[in-house]
Design a protein around this ligand. Structure first.
Ligand code: CTP
Length: 400
């Protein structure tokens, strides 16, 4: 349909970037990026009208996004800048020079191909820089030596594509990447941008192997200040990933924090602030890690001590952010007692409720105040320890 509309407007439109790469590789990719030889906003508005789709424009960038259909699938439109106009019948290099220029400013050859969706040459692949050959050779290659200088976040992208597709970073590109890291250019990546790139990695299966690779390439100081990769993560991380898939997926958790817990459990406290600032994380994130680091010794002692009553385990667990409890579950995978206790907390104890409620306490003539929360908590603990079984027993305890 967009193709027909392009014909009506006599505007050449191409599918570009990651979706072309994934189409050729046979990977799913639902991000449609289109490049328009002309005014992208004008064309997108025209398409929006015809498709009755929601349109968002970004005037300063000359780009627009459409949200189409029930599932609001996103289609991005960008302009290939028209610095001079191709005339009909011009040789192909001239005719497609705007497209070529647009593709040349991209990160890697495999991401710098376009497929025309204009009816006259529908489906034709435009590959000016050998992207197709690099896809076949499984190589990640920059288009020009300044690629990482233009956007140092591309170093992280290179690692993502390398691992995700099982490709290799071509030797010259690798030497440029290493130089970029050595020269400290990664420090220039803005926190929000950095967080986005890391999030893209954290969503992938085996996300930890990407983190390990970033460490191996000496990027950690610029991405995760105060963190290093430790050999026990090789065992811990796959366990954590399994837990996330099998047990934690239905919880309301901060998955960024959860997936970072191994690194953060070993961070020097002095570096925590720098870490949070580098990735523009929230105050809440900071205080959750701080709480864990402060309470970890007590938590681990109580989990392992044979004599700890369930209510004591409950108490200490309830102080720890859930993300770190899942981490501790992975860490204590081989310790039956501690593991069972965390499981009990996660699946049972935290949901135990006393029968009595605030209004019951009021009826018992107990004066209102913060004491209510305290009593209800004591009742909950007594239930967890199986010290009370009935409403009557709860009343007796509450009065006491
Ligand atoms: N791009 C670039 N430099 C960047 C980021 C993006 O040149 N630092 C270009 C690439 O051509 C890329 C396209 O913009 O293909 C779209 O970027 P994005 O949607 O972030 O990535 P994809 O390549 O689509 O990959 P994925 O969907 O796996 O993130």
């Amino acid at each position: 349909l967009i193709s027909e509309l392009a014909k009506r407007k006599r505007t050449r439109v191409y599918l570009v970037g990651g979706v072309v790469r994934d189409l050729i590789l046979g990977f799913p990719n639902y991000d449609l990026d289109l490049v328009v030889e002309g005014d992208a906003i004008e064309f997108a508005s025209f398409v929006a009208q015809k498709l009755e789709a929601k349109l968002v424009t970004y005037q300063p960038f000359g780009t627009a996004s459409l949200f189409v259909g029930e599932r609001k699938r996103r289609i991005d439109f960008a302009s290939a800048r028209q610095e001079f106009y191709a005339y009909p019948g011009a040789p192909p290099q001239v005719e497609h020079s705007n497209l070529r220029r647009d593709l040349f400013r991209r990160d890697f050859t495999i991401n710098a191909m376009a497929i025309s969706i204009y009816p006259d040459d529908w489906g034709e692949l435009f590959d000016f820089f050998g992207g197709f050959k690099d896809l076949q050779k499984k190589l990640i290659r920059v288009l020009h030596p300044l690629s990482f200088v233009e956007d140092p976040a591309r170093a992280i992208r290179a690692v993502r594509f390398e691992k995700k597709y099982g490709f290799q970073i071509e030797p010259f590109t690798m030497s440029l990447l290493k130089q970029t890291v050595r020269e400290g250019l990664l420090a220039k990546i803005k926190p929000d941008r950095l967080k986005e790139e890391i999030q893209l990695i954290l969503r992938l299966p085996g996300f930890y192997s990407y983190l390990q690779r970033l460490y191996q390439l000496d990027m950690f100081p610029y991405l995760f200040p105060g963190c290093v990769w430790k050999s026990d993560y090789d065992i811990l991380y796959p366990r954590l990933e399994r837990l996330i898939q099998e047990e934690a997926s239905t919880e309301r958790l901060d998955f960024f924090l959860l997936k970072m817990t191994p690194l953060l459990s070993d961070i020097q406290f002095d570096s925590l602030e720098a870490f949070v600032e580098r990735l523009h994380l929230s105050k809440r994130f900071y205080s959750q890690v701080k709480t864990y680091l402060g309470r970890r010794t007590v938590l681990e002692r109580i989990l392992q001590e044979k004599t700890s009553p369930p209510s004591r385990v409950f108490e200490v667990c309830s102080e720890i952010p859930l993300e770190f409890l899942y981490f501790t579950l992975a860490k204590f995978h081989d310790q039956d007692l501690a593991r069972e206790r965390i499981r009990n907390y996660l699946t049972k104890w935290r949901f135990v409720k006393p029968e009595l409620t605030g209004s019951d306490l009021k009826q018992l003539g107990i004066p209102q105040g913060p004491i209510y929360a305290k009593i209800l908590r004591e009742l909950q603990k007594a239930r967890i320890d199986n010290l009370v079984y009935s409403r009557e027993e709860e009343i007796a305890l509450a009065i006491k």
